[in-house]
Write a protein that binds this ligand. Structure first.
Ligand SMILES: O=C(O)c1ccc[n+]([C@@H]2O[C@H](COP(=O)([O-])O)[C@@H](O)[C@H]2O)c1
Ligand SMILES: Cc1cc2nc[nH]c2cc1C
Length: 339
C-alpha cells in the first residue's frame, strides 16, 4: 500500500483522521447475537469479540478468512551496552530462521491459517545508542513507519504485527516510561532472561535515555518513538495505523508491540479502537502497560517470546468467536424454544 506521509507531522495528521467502525453492522450483529441458540451471554467474551469484529469489517455476519502476520526485525544501538541475554547477531539469524520456516511463529501461523511475512529493517545499521541522543533521525523514523504501513495487505481481514530485535525490551520500556511516567526500574524486565545485574543495568540505560532525550520527549509521542524506539517498533506503529485505515482489526502481541501501540494511543486517543490485546506477556511491565491503555488481554500463557506468537494464539480464540457468531443457527431456524 503506498505510503501517504513523508514527515512525522504528516503521520500525525493521518492519526487525526481515522475511520470508525460501522455502527449499523454492530447493531445488526448485536441483534443476531441475541437470537443464536445459546442462553444470553453464555459465550462470554466471545460474543463481544465477534460483535467488535463485525463492526470493523462492516458485516453483521462476518467471516475471518485472510489473517496476515508480519514479523518486523530491527537492531538497536543499546544492544552494545549489554542489556540483553543474547548477542545482537541473533536478530539477523532469527530472520533467516523465519524465512526458512523454523521459528515458533511459523508454526503458529500455519496452525491458525495465517499468512506469514518477514520485514528486516536495515539490520546492518542499528539505531543510535539512545543514551547519547535520539535513536533515529526523522527520516529514519518515517522510513520505518512507512515500511510498516506498506507491509499491510489491504485484502487481509485481520492483522498481527510481530517483532524480533535483540535489546528491544529496553527500548519498549523506555517508551513506556516516557509515555506513562516512572523510571527505568518501573518498566525494565528480564527480556530474553537477564540476571539481576542485567536488570539493574537495563534500568540505568533507560534512565540515561530519558535524560539524554528529555528536551524532545515532553508531550510528543512521535518524538518518543523516534528518540527511544527502534525501526521494528516504528514499523509496528505504522502497520497498526495502516490496518485502521482499511478497517482491518489488529491483535496486539507482547510488550514491544504494545509499546508501539501506546505511541499511537498517546498521539490520538481512540487510535487503538480496532485493536485487541492478544495476551499478557510474562515481561513484568506488560500488564501495567495494557492497563494504561485500557486493554484487557485475551490470554495469559506465561509467554515472552515476541514474534507475534501471543497474538497468534489469540487469533485461534477470535476465529472461534467469529465461527460461532456467523455459523450458529438462530432459535427460529433450529426450532429451539428461546425461553
Ligand atoms: O513480546 C514480549 O513481551 C517479549 C518479552 C521478552 C522478550 N521478547 C523478545 O526477545 C527479544 C528482546 O529481548 P531482549 O532481552 O533482547 O531485550 C525480542 O526479539 C523480543 O521479540 C519479547
Ligand atoms: C532465540 C531467540 C528467538 C526470538 N524470537 C523473538 N525474540 C527472540 C530472541 C531470541 C534470543
Amino acid at each position: 500500500m503506498p505510503v501517504p506521509f513523508t514527515t512525522l507531522a504528516d503521520f500525525a495528521g493521518r492519526l487525526a483522521d481515522l475511520p470508525a467502525p460501522d455502527t449499523g453492522a454492530i447493531a445488526a450483529a448485536e441483534a443476531r447475537n441475541g437470537q443464536l441458540t445459546k442462553p444470553p451471554g453464555a459465550l462470554g467474551r466471545l460474543e463481544e469479540l465477534a460483535i467488535w469484529y463485525a463492526g470493523w469489517r462492516g458485516d453483521p455476519r462476518p467471516s475471518l478468512e485472510a489473517p496476515q502476520i508480519v514479523v518486523f526485525a530491527g537492531n538497536h544501538g543499546i544492544a552494545a551496552r549489554g542489556v540483553s541475554a543474547f548477542p545482537a547477531d541473533v536478530t539477523v539469524q532469527m530472520v533467516a530462521n523465519f524465512e526458512a520456516g523454523g521459528a515458533a511463529i511459523n508454526q503458529l501461523a500455519r496452525a491458525y491459517g495465517a499468512t506469514m511475512g518477514v520485514v528486516a529493517l536495515e539490520l546492518d545499521q542499528p539505531t543510535a545508542d539512545f543514551t547519547a541522543g535520539p535513536a533515529m533521525s526523522e527520516a529514519e523514523a518515517v522510513a520505518a513507519l512507512g515500511a510498516g504501513w506498506e507491509a499491510v495487505d489491504p485484502a487481509a481481514d485481520l492483522f498481527i504485527a510481530g517483532e524480533m530485535g535483540i535489546a528491544n525490551t529496553t527500548a519498549a520500556a523506555a517508551i513506556a516510561a516516557a509515555l506513562c511516567g516512572g523510571r527505568g526500574v518501573d518498566w525494565a524486565g528480564r527480556g530474553t532472561g537477564v540476571d539481576a545485574a542485567g536488570l539493574e543495568l537495563k534500568a540505568a540505560v533507560i534512565d540515561a535515555g530519558l535524560a539524554a532525550n528529555a528536551g524532545a520527549l515532553a508531550g510528543q509521542p512521535l518524538e518518543v518513538l523516534r528518540c527511544l524506539g527502534g525501526r521494528e517498533i516504528a514499523a509496528i506503529a505504522g502497520a497498526i495505523a495502516a490496518a485502521r485505515s482499511h478497517r482491518i482489526p489488529v491483535i496486539l502481541d507482547g510488550f514491544i508491540a504494545t509499546s508501539a501501540a501506546a505511541v499511537l494511543h498517546a498521539a490520538a486517543p481512540g487510535a487503538l479502537d480496532h485493536a485487541l490485546a492478544g495476551h499478557r506477556s510474562a515481561e513484568s511491565a506488560h500488564g501495567r502497560l495494557l492497563d494504561h491503555l485500557g486493554l484487557s488481554p485475551l490470554l495469559d500463557l506465561d509467554m515472552r517470546l515476541g514474534e507475534g506468537t501471543g497474538a497468534a494464539m489469540a487469533l485461534g480464540v477470535l476465529r472461534g468467536a467469529v465461527a460461532c457468531h456467523s455459523g450458529m443457527a438462530t432459535f427460529a431456524e433450529a426450532g429451539v424454544s428461546d425461553g
